[in-house]
Unconditional design. Structure first.
Length: 244
C-alpha cells in the first residue's frame, strides 16, 4: 500500500466523528461549485459529484438546497479559497486550506492558532513543494471489472494508485487530471460516491506520543475554525492514528 492509502486510513475515523463539520465543508464546496459552474448538475461536473457525495453522506436535502441558493443570491459575494502554510512545534509542516468571505478574519485566526500553540505561519507557497496535490474518487465496484484491468486502463488518465475498500474502489490521481478522470468514470458507467482533493506529504517526520498530543491541539484548533476546509501535515502516522 502506498502513502495515499496510509493518509486515508489515518483520516477515516476522525472524519466520521465530525458529521456536522462534514456537512459545513460540503455546503461550502457546493456553493463554490455553483458560483463557478452554475446550478445545473447536468452541465456542472464538480457540482454533480458533490451532490452525489452529499447524498452518500446523508446530508439533509435542505442543506444542499440552501448551499445552492446561497451561490445564486444577489447578496452573496462568494467564498475566496485561500491557503496558509506554516510550521507547528517540532518542525512539523502544516498546510491549511480555507474558504472564506473575510480573508482578514481568517488569516488573523490562523496566525493566532499557530502562535498560541508553538508554531509560526509562513509565506504563501513556502511549503507547497512538501506535498503532492491529488484528487481522490470513491467509486462503486463493478463485478465484471478486475482491479488490475481498471488500473491499467486509468494509468493513461493520470491515476497512480487504486485500492479496494469493502464495496468501493478508491482512485488516487494527479490533481490536474481531476476533470479527465471524472469524465472517464462517468462515460464508462461508474457510480461515483464522492470525490475530494488532498495533499499527501512527500516526506514524513516521526514524533513521540507526547509531541503528537501537543501537535493535535494545534491541528484540532485549526480544523474547528469555520473558515477552514482542510488541514494537512507531515506527521508520520502510527497504529494509534486510526483512533484520532
Amino acid at each position: 500500500m502506498g502513502r495515499a492509502f496510509e493518509y486515508r486510513k489515518a483520516k477515516k475515523l476522525k472524519r466520521w466523528g465530525n458529521m456536522a463539520r462534514v456537512f459545513t465543508k460540503l455546503g461550502k464546496e457546493i456553493t463554490i461549485a455553483v458560483k463557478s459552474g452554475g446550478p445545473d448538475p447536468d452541465i456542472n461536473p464538480r457540482l454533480r459529484v458533490l451532490m452525489q457525495q452529499a447524498k452518500k453522506e446523508n446530508m439533509p436535502k435542505e442543506n444542499v438546497e440552501r448551499a445552492v441558493k446561497k451561490a445564486t443570491s444577489k447578496d452573496f459575494t462568494d467564498y475566496k479559497e485561500m491557503n496558509y502554510e506554516g510550521y507547528g512545534p517540532y518542525g512539523i509542516a502544516i498546510f491549511v486550506e480555507t474558504a472564506t468571505d473575510n480573508t482578514t478574519r481568517t488569516v488573523a485566526n490562523v496566525r493566532s492558532y499557530f502562535n498560541k500553540h508553538g508554531g509560526s505561519l509562513g509565506t504563501s507557497g513556502s511549503l507547497e513543494f512538501l506535498f503532492e496535490h491529488k484528487c481522490v474518487f470513491h467509486i462503486v465496484k463493478k463485478e465484471d471489472v478486475a482491479l488490475e484491468d481498471l488500473e491499467l486502463e486509468l494509468i493513461d488518465y493520470g491515476v497512480d494508485e487504486l485500492e479496494e475498500d469493502e464495496d468501493e474502489i478508491i482512485l488516487y490521481g494527479e490533481f490536474a487530471q481531476n476533470a479527465v478522470i471524472q469524465k472517464y468514470l462517468e462515460d464508462n458507467g461508474y457510480e461515483i460516491n464522492s470525490a475530494e482533493f488532498i495533499r499527501i506529504p512527500n516526506d514524513v517526520k516521526e514524533v513521540t506520543p507526547e509531541q503528537r498530543e501537543i501537535l493535535d491541539k494545534l491541528i484540532d484548533k485549526l480544523e474547528e475554525d469555520e473558515d477552514v476546509q482542510n488541514v494537512f501535515h507531515n506527521i508520520k502516522e502510527g497504529e494509534e492514528s486510526d483512533e484520532l
